[in-house]
Design a protein around this ligand. Structure first.
Ligand code: SAH
Ligand code: SF4
Ligand code: F3S
Length: 450
């Protein structure tokens, strides 16, 4: 490939995809290419795709249509579809968009260079077979200079009846604690202050690694990992996501309470507040168990922010069952909830069931739940009024160049007046003067020495 080639990556979907995109961009840079902001100007366009819901999948096809037209005029354009739609559709994608050069599943992200070498020989490539994910030696091109994603476990071994993730991300593969720590040490050396440890089901971390303690407990759990990495010098904050209630342990909460760098934020999806629906979803817990988990979190970490994911209008969900979901929310009062109407996905059991609900029911329940979500977020934000929160400054406020923005330990986006040149990467105590559902405004007290 010549030096002057310019690439563009568009990322859809979750944090896992964002992390994969940063690694793939790192590989492209390492090959001598440079970033192009405009996808319609780039010589190589990579769409890193998501298929969690139908709407996410359809977005990709509309983007691809435009690029296919470009390719007809410009045969030197390289078109790559990576990620979860690529994995799900495989060769179908080539039939649908014959202009594509490369279709590659998420497990192949680290292999981008060798796959492109095959494309350069004039082949159309589909790489979707399951593989053991190799440690990547190329440096990711990270979007932020302050906060970084660190994968700890790939894949998912659960079988939630609505979900495509196990099909597209494959079986769980944990990275070793040593590799994770080494990445964090390097990040700290580059000036990063915060890492988010990533896994679709992060509580499952280490299940595929060897090791049993003398007491007969599995070694290398997420809790052990937190103890193992928390003292990396320079890293000031550690977050992790996503926790599955089935595997969430009291030991993990204790570790979070004990380890000062682990932030007081728990993202624990509950999906439904009704036990029959939870059973049909194959989630492996009851709403009573979920509530006990939250009680445990609040016992050890009283001020913890708690967020979740919920699906409304799952097949067969009655109005009363939907009300059960609202009741769980009324009782817990969440800081944030990601909501979605159930979307039937190819290859998943629930998509085959006859008791699908109408679009009107879906939209009605979604609207009602979203109303409650923002109400609760607003109430939870209000507890910060007049408090001093430490904010890790990430960037300029895009809507006000005199302000910077960052997050509190509880993950609330916070704005305050300040100079980004001076404050980027600093942890600043901020007196909170205004609260909104999903963000805060305040004024800096003084610069912390970090
Ligand atoms: N591993 C995480 C979630 C991964 S997917 C967990 O187990 O909780 C992110 C969210 O997308 C899910 O929590 C769920 O709320 C939503 N989701 C997944 N499949 C969906 C579907 N078919 N329809 C609607 N929402 C879905
Ligand atoms: Fe999907 Fe369930 Fe795995 Fe989460 S735990 S990724 S919802 S199958
Ligand atoms: Fe989407 Fe794949 Fe993530 S389907 S949510 S990008 S694991």
């Amino acid at each position: 490939m010549s030096e002057s080639r310019r690439y563009h990556v568009t990322t859809f979907g979750c944090q896992m995809n964002k992390a994969d995109s940063e690694r793939m961009a790192g590989i492209l840079e390492n090959m001598g290419m440079s970033w192009e902001e405009d996808p319609l100007q780039a010589d190589l366009v990579l769409y890193n795709t998501c298929t969690i819901r139908d709407s996410a999948e359809q977005k990709v096809y509309s983007y691809l249509g435009k690029q296919a037209k470009r390719k007809q005029k410009n045969p030197n354009l390289t078109l790559v579809v990576a990620g979860c739609v690529a994995q799900q559709e495989g060769e179908n994608l080539l039939r649908r968009v014959p202009e594509l050069d490369l279709v590659m599943g998420p497990q192949h992200a680290n292999q981008l260079e060798s796959l492109l070498a095959q494309v350069a020989q004039g082949n159309q490539i589909v790489a979707t077979e399951p593989v053991h994910i190799m440690e990547d030696i190329t440096k990711p091109r990270r979007d932020s200079e302050v906060t970084a994603w660190v994968n700890v476990i790939y894949g998912c071994n659960e079988r939630c009846t609505y979900c495509v993730v196990p099909g597209v991300r494959g079986l769980e593969q944990s990275r070793t604690p040593a590799a994770i720590r080494a990445e964090m040490v390097e990040l700290a050396q580059q000036g990063y202050k915060e890492v988010t440890l990533l896994g679709q089901n992060i509580d499952a971390y280490g299940r595929d690694l060897p090791g049993i303690t003398p007491e007969g407990r599995r070694e290398n759990t997420l809790t052990d990992l937190l103890y193992f990495v928390h003292d990396v010098p320079g890293i000031e904050r550690i977050r992790f996501a996503t926790s599955h209630p089935r595997y969430f342990t009291e030991r993990l909460v204790k570790a979070c309470a004990e380890l000062p760098k682990v932030c007081e934020h728990f993202h624990i999806p509950f999906q439904s507040g009704n036990n029959d629906i939870l059973k049909a979803m194959g989630r492996g817990y009851t709403h009573e168990k979920y509530r006990r988990i939250i009680d445990t979190v609040r016992r050890y970490v009283p001020d913890a922010s708690i967020s979740a994911d919920v699906i409304v209008a799952f097949p067969g969900e009655t109005e009363a069952q939907f009300q059960d979901t609202l009741s769980v929310m009324e009782d817990i009062v969440f800081d944030m909830v990601n909501t979605a109407a159930y979307s039937p996905r190819p290859g998943t059991p629930a998509a085959e069931w006859a008791n699908q609900l109408d679009e009107t029911v879906k939209q009605d329940r979604l609207q009602r739940i979203n109303h409650l979500v923002s109400q609760q977020a607003e109430v939870r934000s209000q507890r910060y009024q007049n408090r001093t929160e430490t904010v890790l400054v990430e960037a300029i406020n895009p809507r006000d160049p005199n302000q910077v923005m960052g997050r509190t330990r509880g993950n609330r986006l916070t704005f305050f007046t300040g100079d980004i040149e001076q404050l980027k990467g600093q942890i600043v105590p901020v007196h909170i003067t205004e609260t909104r559902a999903f963000s805060l405004t305040g004024s800096a007290l003084q610069l912390a020495t970090v």
